[in-house]
Design a protein around this ligand. Structure first.
Ligand SMILES: [Zn+2]
Length: 154
C-alpha cells in the first residue's frame, strides 16, 4: 500500500489487522480416504526453516498431539473420486488464512518504511500463524490435500 502513495502515518494508524487468504480445493467427503504421507512429503515439511515453530503451532491448535515426535504417525487425506465429485476427489473450496495484528512494534516498522518481507518475518516471530501452517493443519484434518497446500503456500 505504501507503493500506491498512501502515507505511512495514515496506514499505520488505521490498520489493525492484516489478512491474506488463498482458496484451495476441498476434499470430497464422500470418497475421502486417509493416506500415509510419503517420505518425500515428510522431508519437504521437515526441511523448512520454520519446522519447529510449525510443530509448536499445530500442537497448540490441537492438530498434533504434544506427545508426538514431530510428524510421527500423522495421516494425510485424498478423495479417490466418486460420482458426487465427478471423479475429481474434490468438492468446493476451503480458505487458507494468514492473519496478523498490527501492534506497536509493527506500526513502528511501517512508519520506518521497512520492506514487507521484514515486517512479515517480525509478525511470524511474534507468533503469527503462517498460511502454510494453516494449510498443513487443514491437510492433517482431512479438509484438503498436502499438494493443494504446497501449490499456494510456500
Ligand atoms: Zn468424491
Amino acid at each position: 500500500m505504501l507503493d500506491i502513495g498512501v502515507e505511512p502515518y495514515l496506514l499505520s494508524s488505521s490498520l489493525t489487522l492484516v489478512v491474506a487468504q488463498r482458496l484451495i480445493r476441498r476434499i470430497c467427503k464422500n470418497c475421502r480416504e486417509s493416506v500415509t504421507p510419503s517420505v518425500r512429503i515428510l522431508e519437504s515439511i521437515q526441511s523448512r526453516p520454520d519446522f519447529s515453530e510449525t510443530i509448536g503451532v499445530l500442537q497448540r491448535q490441537g492438530v498434533l498431539r504434544k506427545t508426538h515426535d514431530g510428524l510421527a504417525g500423522v495421516r494425510l487425506y485424498k478423495g479417490k473420486g466418486c460420482a458426487q465429485c465427478q471423479g475429481s476427489g474434490f468438492v468446493g473450496r476451503v480458505g487458507l488464512f494468514e492473519i496478523f495484528e498490527v501492534d506497536e512494534d509493527i506500526r513502528d516498522l511501517i512508519m520506518q518504511r521497512k520492506p514487507a518481507s521484514f515486517i512479515r518475518s517480525t509478525a511470524i516471530m511474534k507468533g503469527m500463524k503462517t498460511m502454510f501452517q494453516d494449510g498443513l493443519a487443514k491437510a492433517f484434518m482431512g479438509e484438503t490435500t498436502i499438494e493443494e497446500v504446497f501449490r499456494v503456500a510456500l
